[in-house]
Design a protein around this ligand. Structure first.
Ligand SMILES: Cc1cc2nc3c(=O)[nH]c(=O)nc-3n(C[C@H](O)[C@H](O)[C@H](O)COP(=O)(O)O)c2cc1C
Length: 304
């Protein structure tokens, strides 16, 4: 018998626990020729804002050992163009699309939540309080539990859709951030976003990225992400979406063991645009080979 891969997170019923991570999968459409979108659990859009954004100057991506650094700076089409040009595609896919978004102020966050709440094709909202690559907004809300509480409260009042809060690893106490978001009414938490880093061009004696610093993602961040998901799962009763360096099915299952209900695949899609779908297939194989009939039985099943 085929193992049961279905999970429910924040009220969203997913055929399997594998989603694609924001910023690494466009608005879904761009990947449709490489991935059977209906084979994955859900996909998350590039982070959206009220106004379109051009992002940071280039170079804004560099490979590093075990990962990559990016300082895209939240380039996106803005909510109006999203609604007009990207939403019609979402209607054609029977897979939940989650809209990732951010604002520069609490009012902007709430306005975005309100605008996205009105779009029937958007199945859920993922609020990014964790982007390290913009001067204003983002990270301020993601590093102070009081600010996180306020911004999540404002978003919660603005939407009845599933509200996922995406946490930054660039904090000393991830658990206090998670608790603040839970207290403010989040339905689920996703973690981690990128870790702030730097790459240097020795010969030119300059930073590689025009932005100087960027966000580190890929296999290098996986141990940090696993630790944080594990810590949050011990402390907070919300479902968790584990993110960080997931390259294959084994990585994904490790996140589920430490307490994640679902996972997101990011950098791996740049190496293989079909990575998320391959991870679903690999999970199914691992479960079948190991006599596990239901992936839900593995959530938090780590033995210590
Ligand atoms: C190029 C790039 C752009 C990203 N843009 C966003 C974004 O707009 N919003 C967001 O919440 N996270 C963004 N992220 C973070 C990813 O969604 C993910 O949290 C992070 O890359 C860790 O997962 P990974 O190691 O599997 O890539 C971006 C990551 C990359 C590499």
């Amino acid at each position: 018998m085929k193992p049961d891969l279905s999970v429910t997170i924040a009220g969203l019923e997913l055929r399997n626990p594998v989603m694609t991570a924001s910023g690494t999968f466009g608005y879904g459409e761009e990947f449709a020729e490489y991935v059977d979108l209906e084979a994955i659990g859900a996909f998350v859009t590039k982070g959206l804002s009220l106004k379109p954004r051009a992002g940071n100057p280039t170079p804004r991506i560099v490979e590093t050992p075990g990962g990559m650094l990016n300082a895209i700076g939240l380039q996106n089409v803005g909510i109006d163009a999203f609604t007009e040009k990207k939403v019609p595609f979402l209607r054609t896919v029977a897979t939940p699309a989650i809209a990732n978004f951010f604002g520069n102020t609490i009012d902007e966050y709430a306005e975005m939540a309100r605008r996205l709440d009105a779009i029937p094709e958007v199945a859920g909202l993922e609020v990014n309080i964790s982007c390290p690559n913009v001067k204003q907004g983002g990270i301020v809300f993601g590093t102070d539990p009081r600010c996180a509480f306020e911004v999540v409260t404002a978003c919660r009042e603005a939407t009845i859709k599933p509200l996922i809060v995406k946490l930054s690893p660039n904090v000393t106490d991830i658990v206090s951030m998670a608790r603040a978001c839970a207290d403010a009414g989040a339905d689920a938490l996703s973690l981690i976003n990128t870790l702030t880093g730097m790459a240097i061009d020795l010969d030119r004696r300059r930073p590689v990225l025009a932005n100087i610093t960027g966000g580190l993602s890929g296999p290098a961040v996986k141990p940090v992400a696993l630790r944080m998901v594990w810590q949050v799962a011990q402390a907070v009763a919300l479902p968790i979406i584990g993110i960080g360096g997931i390259m294959n099915a084994r990585d994904a299952l490790e996140f589920i063991l430490v307490g994640a209900t679902a996972v997101q695949v990011g950098t791996a899609s740049f190496i293989n645009p079909g990575a998320a779908q391959a991870i679903v297939a690999g999970m199914e194989t691992w479960l079948a080979e190991n006599g596990v009939g239901d992936v839900k039985s593995l959530i938090g099943a780590l033995e210590i």
